[in-house]
Structures are given as C-alpha cells and as structure tokens.
Design a protein around this ligand. Structure first.
Ligand code: PLP
Length: 374
C-alpha cells in the first residue's frame, strides 16, 4: 500500500474523528466509571441509561424529533430492515410497498426478499438526472399501501430527492413514509416534522463515528413491532444491550459533523467536477441537487475496475459503485435506472469527499486519471 493515501470513498465509510475515539474510551475503560449496562438497575447502569438518553437528545435535535422517537441500532442496514419489516409485522393486512428503483441494497434486496413472502413491490422509476417520477408515485400512493420508502440522497450518484413533497403526498394519502437518510444525515438540513417523514434511517460510520451504530427515527404515530426480540431495550423496539461507546461516539460525531463547512465542500466538489469534465468525464445525476461530497463520473468506454485498481496502486481510494454492491457481478442497478449506456456504466467512478480533502489532492487525482483514461 502506498504511504500517502488520498481517500475519496467517504460514502463507503469515513475515518473516525479522534475526538470520537477519545469519547468512546470514556464508556469502555474502568477509569471513568461509565462502562455500565443501561439495563442494570445499580448506579453505573443508571448512569449508562442517562448517557444513552443524552445521546438521543443530540440525535433528535439534529432531525427535529423527540428523543424517545430515536431507536439506536447496529447500522443503517438494520434501521432499514426494522423500518420495513417492523411495520410489516405490525400491519399484517397491508402487503404493498412502494420504493424507488435506486434504493440502497438494504432496502432493495430486503424488498426482493419480502416479495417471496407475498409482498407486492412497486418500483418508482427515475429520470436521467436521478429524480423519482413524482406523477408515477402520485398514481400509486393510497392508504392501502403498507409504506413508501424513498431514499433521501442516493449513495452512488448523490442525488437528493424532494423529500418534503413526497412527505406531503404520503401524509395527505395516509400512508407511512420512510426515508433512508444514511448519506444525507449531517450533510443536509433535516426536519422530520416539516418534511412529514414518519421514519428515517441513519448510520454512524458515514459521519466520522464508528462502524456498528445507527438509528431509526420512529414517529409516535407509527405502528411498528421489533424484529430483534429478547429484551425491552430501546422502547422494546430493539432487543440487545446498547453499544454505549459507539452511541456516545455517534453523538459526538454529530456535534462535529454539523459544524463542517458544507459550502467549502461544495466548492471543492465543483472544482473536481469541472476538472473531470475537462478531461472528458460526464457527471452522472443532477449537478444541482446532489450531496456536497459526491461526484459520480463516467468516462465512456473505459473500464472502471482497472481504473480503480490503478488509482488504488497510486494511493487513491474511490469506488465503482456502492460498497455493499461492489462485490456483486451484476450490472450497476442505479446507473441502469438512469438510462446510461453500457459504455458509460462500465466507465463510472464514484468519488466521495470529506472536509479534509484539498484542491492539491484533487489535482493529483486528475493527473493520474489523465494518464489512465483511454
Ligand atoms: N443506506 C444507504 C443509502 C447507504 O449508503 C448505506 C451504506 O452504504 C446503507 C444504507 C447501509 O448502512 P450501514 O453500512 O450502516 O449498514
């Protein structure tokens, strides 16, 4: 591995903020007396419970809900599973689910699995910029549906949907609305109340917290049952001793990530985009409504796997698609949904920035790309 790494795969995972690691230590080592089990009734346990409640307050204030509406989980994947399977268990009379064709595999594959158990899945298509077809959604939504699950921002192309408009429609038609906000949490201003979102998923390791922690916001009006049983933790919605160090680290990461200068990241993203376009790259997805850190580019006719390997050999880390789908041999479902040509899909790379990336790093990457793009 080269000594100097230029890490441009923050949508897959981020490094953990040093202040988060320090915070997590406090809830593991005996020195601080904070390592208790939140379910224990002695003082140490009660302290741990108070700490978890403190973390919920921080999360809740980030998305505009009440602390008791936050359920800590192990990941974004678990949050998505709890959202869909949990409401399915609680509402056995409803069997129709609406998703978009560009959902993350933790929603998409789950729905394909649920199909085997009698659920009917409706996939809303997207246009060539990555926006869902709202008219199609409008025609399909009614109160006989179990749930509408449409992601906030896509993990590959970074395109941000009009969540407020979808929320408005779902509330009016009296159908539950879940959004997978794993990529947009702490990057976009989220207010579940004004956006009329009933459930929302997020994950720690995309924002400088550790892996192994996420949350699901579950609004008070949602009828839901646990999918992991065996304890009454997390309002009896998620059994299992809470990962207190990771939860506390997650709360710390939120307090850091919310202060990140997003405008500066947008400036760097757009600088990168213009450089990529200068060397023949075509940006996939809307350039206007996209995450501050996402660049998805196609070099038509190039082979993205070999480009990725060459970049990696030179210390540049990026991806060809989402990490969860990268080991699958199947065609890229997201870029196909946008209607890209085979040559464009085969030449697509995703770069995802963080606040520590610099113009100097971008210049190095572009120089390397110039050498390898046919
Ligand atoms: N949803 C989206 C949009 C994601 O990008 C990811 C991870 O890449 C997930 C869900 C899954 O999150 P986790 O890695 O925490 O399971």
């Amino acid at each position: 591995m080269p000594n100097k790494i230029i890490y441009l795969d923050n949508a897959a995972t981020t490094s953990v903020y040093p202040a988060v690691v320090k915070e997590m230590e406090k809830y593991m080592l005996s020195d601080f007396g904070e390592y208790g089990n939140p379910s224990s009734t002695h003082d140490l346990g009660e302290q741990a419970q108070k700490n978890v409640q403190k973390a919920k307050k921080i999360v809740a204030s980030e998305i505009g809900c009440k602390p008791h509406e936050i359920i800590f989980t192990s990941s974004g994947t678990e949050s998505n599973n709890l959202a869909l399977q949990g409401v399915a268990k609680a509402n056995p009379d409803k069997k129709k689910i609406i998703i978009s064709s560009i959902e993350h595999s933790s929603i998409y594959e789950l729905c394909m699995e649920m199909k085997k158990y009698g659920y009917e899945i409706f996939e809303i298509s997207v246009d060539n910029k990555g926006f869902i077809d709202f008219d199609e959604l409008q025609k399909l939504v009614d109160d006989r549906r179990l749930i509408v699950s449409i992601m906030y921002a896509n993990n590959e192309i970074g395109v941000i949907q009009n969540i407020e408009k979808i929320g408005e429609l779902c509330r009016e038609k009296e159908v539950l609305f879940h959004t997978d906000a794993v990529q947009s949490f702490c990057k976009e201003k989220i207010d579940v109340f004004t956006m009329k979102v009933d459930m929302l998923s997020a994950s720690g390791h995309k924002i400088g917290a550790s892996k192994g922690v996420g949350f699901l916001y579950v609004g008070e009006r949602v009828k839901i049952e646990p999918i992991i049983v065996g304890g009454n933790q997390e309002n009896s919605l998620r059994a299992g001793t809470q990962n207190v160090p990771a939860i506390m680290g997650f709360a710390k990461a939120i307090s850091i990530a919310e202060k990140v200068d997003k405008e500066k990241m947008i400036e760097l993203r757009d600088y990168f985009i213009s450089k990529l376009e200068n060397i023949g790259g075509k940006i996939n997805g809307s350039k206007e409504k996209r995450l501050c850190n996402n660049i998805d580019v196609s070099f038509s006719g190039a082979d993205n796997d070999s480009m990725l390997i060459k970049l990696s050999e030179n210390g540049i880390m990026c991806s060809t698609k989402s990490a969860c789908a990268s080991k699958q041999k199947k065609e890229n479902r997201i870029l196909s949904a946008l209607g890209l040509k085979k040559e464009e899909i085969g030449g697509a790379l995703r770069f995802s920035l963080n606040e520590f990336n610099t113009k100097k790093e971008i210049d190095i990457v572009v120089r390397e790309l110039e050498k390898i793009v046919p």
